[in-house]
Design a protein. Structure first.
Length: 109
C-alpha cells in the first residue's frame, strides 16, 4: 500500500500545479436582460422562459457581443443542417432589444 502512495504522489501534486486553461470564448461585458432577469457580464447560454399569458418576452442586449435567440429546431451549425421551413434564429447586435414569443434560449457570442 505504501508503494502505491509513493507512485501516485507525483501525479497528485501535478494535477494541482497546472493553472486552468483560459476560456476560448471571450466574456461579454455589460448586461443581458431576459424578461425580468438581468445577467452581468454574461457568457454561454441562458434559458428563455415564456409567460403563461402569451405576452412576448423582452430581450435586451446591453453587452459587447451579439446574442442569438435559439429555438429547439435551430442547429448550432446552420451550414451543415438540412433546410427547414422555420425562420432563422434572431440575432441582436449590442444595444438592440426585441420582444419575442419564440425561442428556448439565448446564446451570447
Amino acid at each position: 500500500m505504501n508503494r502505491i502512495r509513493t507512485l501516485l504522489a507525483p501525479l497528485a501534486t501535478r494535477l494541482h500545479a497546472d493553472p486552468p486553461p483560459p476560456p476560448t470564448v471571450p466574456l461579454a461585458s455589460g448586461f443581458l436582460t431576459i424578461g425580468t432577469t438581468t445577467y452581468i457580464d454574461p457568457h454561454g447560454t441562458y434559458p428563455l422562459d415564456h409567460r403563461s399569458d402569451g405576452t412576448p418576452t423582452v430581450v435586451i442586449n446591453n453587452t459587447t457581443h451579439p446574442i442569438t435567440i435559439l429555438t429547439e429546431s435551430n442547429p448550432s451549425h446552420p451550414a451543415t443542417a438540412p433546410p427547414n421551413d422555420l425562420p432563422p434564429p434572431l440575432v441582436l447586435a449590442p444595444g438592440e432589444r426585441a420582444e419575442t414569443r419564440r425561442g428556448d434560449g439565448v446564446r451570447v457570442g
